[in-house]
Design a protein around this ligand. Structure first.
Ligand SMILES: C[S@@+](CC[C@H](N)C(=O)[O-])C[C@H]1O[C@@H](n2cnc3c(N)ncnc32)[C@H](O)[C@@H]1O
Length: 235
């Protein structure tokens, strides 16, 4: 009987290929099949990060994800991808699924994990997150001593954003993209905009760090994180 394959959720870090862990690199270098999410236009940050380490002759399984509010097209894409991955696993081939940052830190990996983990061997390999990478790029700790650190998704409405930010000592706002103007408005209303920084593509080729108030109006790249530290705890 053929040995069943294992699905590896591989965290490949935030952008710099040198931030791939030794464990992820080892598994990737032996993988017969590599899967990764990509946009409809064929762009894949995760594949780009792992590109120097893809084994020769590997079977690639891009997972085209629709970028839209409606969840139904994404569900269909994950169903189809889960089916394709399951076929490889049943035939005994391991599949390395490349995940930007860490698979379980707001990662789309969870949608495939949810569909496959009950019936297949699944192993998760943690990665360096964009959160820690952004703090490193900025050269400042995310939080100190008894600081309360909050990770806040920018799509939340203004009232919720305001309430959550007001109660935290240190804040990381993710999924900024087209929500940039709304988030900055909230920070200005709280008198905190001048203390915030936006980090784009941390550790990647296009890394950019800007004080929030220096950035023009309009949307920012999807891979942007706003960091705000209120400086409550001396360190
Ligand atoms: C869906 S979450 C995925 C997070 C990822 N799994 C991780 O571990 O960092 C995507 C959000 O993470 C943040 N992000 C991911 N990579 C980033 C990077 N290289 N630089 C800055 N922010 C990043 C952005 O806020 C982006 O909108």
């Amino acid at each position: 009987m053929t040995r069943a394959g294992t699905l590896y959720g591989l965290g490949v870090g935030p952008g710099d290929p040198e931030l791939i862990t030794l464990k992820a690199w080892r598994i990737l270098s032996l993988a017969p099949v590599v899967a990764y999410p990509e946009t409809r236009s064929g762009a894949s940050l995760a594949r780009g990060i792992a590109a120097p380490f893809l084994p020769e002759g590997v079977t690639e399984l891009p997972i085209a994800l629709p970028m839209c509010e409606d969840r139904e097209p994404a569900r269909a894409a994950y169903d189809e991808a889960a089916g394709a991955i399951a076929s490889h696993l049943r035939e005994g081939r391991d599949v390395a699924l490349l995940c930007e940052g860490d698979p379980f830190f707001y990662g789309s990996f969870m949608y495939l994990f949810g569909r496959l983990a009950r019936e297949h061997n699944v192993e998760v390999v943690p990665g360096v997150t964009s959160l820690t990478a952004s703090a490193a790029a900025l050269g400042r700790p995310l939080a100190a001593r008894n600081d309360l650190l909050k990770v806040i998704p920018a799509p939340l409405d203004e009232a919720r954003l305001s309430a959550e930010i007001a109660q935290a000592d240190s804040v990381a706002i993710i999924k900024v993209g087209r929500h940039f103007d709304k988030v900055r408005r909230v920070l200005r209303d709280l008198g905190l905009a001048e203390r915030a920084t936006i980090v784009e593509s941390a550790t990647g080729d296009g890394e950019k760090i800007s004080p929030l108030e220096d950035v023009p109006e309009g949307k920012r790249p999807y891979f942007s994180t706003i960091l705000l530290y209120k400086g409550g705890e001396p360190w």
